[in-house]
Design a protein. Structure first.
Length: 131
């Protein structure tokens, strides 16, 4: 439930290319709930603008024809439940090697900028709301 936490992390894996091994079975299109893969002339065709990085298609290709990009981590901040629920907002993306430093940097900034009795969500809204 990273969308309702002060800080959440979501791992993503995105298909980058379709290898020649694609036999047009359609397993990837059935696995993709976003419609980011379609069959065209007996081969999978990627629509990267629709992809959310869930990686479901990668595991459903029996011929392993989908080439995966590296695992990326989306960092979300400012979510909460309660009387005034709020979804966390996407702040940035990090790789595995830098995510701990990135989260520490975010926490350091929130600690510096937050009022003594304030919630993280209020500080997030003030610091990272785009107008």
């Amino acid at each position: 439930m990273p969308q309702i936490r002060d800080i959440g992390i979501i791992a993503t894996r995105t298909p980058q290319a379709v290898r020649p091994e694609c036999d047009g079975c359609g397993g990837c299109t059935q696995a993709c709930r976003e419609g980011a893969i379609a069959m065209q002339a007996g081969r999978a065709e990627l629509h990267t603008d629709r992809c959310v990085g869930c990686g479901q298609c990668l595991g459903h290709c029996p011929s392993r024809a989908l080439e995966s990009g590296p695992v990326k981590l989306r960092i979300l901040v400012g979510g909460r439940m309660g009387r005034h629920p709020r979804w966390a907002r996407d702040l940035c993306e990090a790789d595995l090697a830098s995510v701990a430093d990135m989260v520490k940097s975010i926490l350091d900034r929130l600690t510096r900028e937050a009022p003594p009795a304030g919630r993280i969500t209020g500080t997030v809204e003030r610091l990272w709301t785009t107008t």
